[in-house]
Write a new protein. Structure first.
Length: 128
């Protein structure tokens, strides 16, 4: 029984690793996997936000939303955290006193109620 379970877990992991099979596996197993994927995405968002907060604390310029943020993500998170658990890119929003990193969530659409958002306060430096 234990060997069968291990084989199933390994097979599922391999299927999720490859983009072509990921969509099929996720669609079939969505009710079971969705809470795990939400947790994983929240964990990645926490890492991204911590890195952005460190930049801000050090007085370094935050990346601008859009292409500059995506380029920063590629430099800062090689091999992981570039995409959320559903394969969507994270987006950055910056206001005068805070920033947010957003995952579109399971429906892959930004601005809906299943978005996963991490918002933190920042201190903007004069002259930016």
């Amino acid at each position: 029984m234990g060997k069968l379970f291990l084989i199933l877990v390994l097979g599922l992991g391999m299927a999720l690793y490859f983009p072509r099979s990921r969509a099929v596996v996720l669609d079939v197993s969505r009710p079971v996997l969705n809470p795990v994927l939400v947790w994983q995405t929240k964990s990645e968002l926490d890492k991204i936000v911590r890195e952005l907060q460190a930049l801000n604390r050090e007085g370094r310029r935050l990346p601008e939303p859009g292409r500059e943020f995506q380029a920063w993500m590629e430099r800062s998170f090689q091999g992981g955290s570039l995409l959320d658990s559903w394969g969507s890119s994270y987006t950055l929003r910056i206001w005068m006193d805070s920033l947010a990193v957003v995952s579109p969530g399971p429906d892959l659409v930004v601005g809906t109620e299943d978005d996963i958002v991490r918002t933190v306060d920042i201190q903007r430096r004069r002259g930016r």
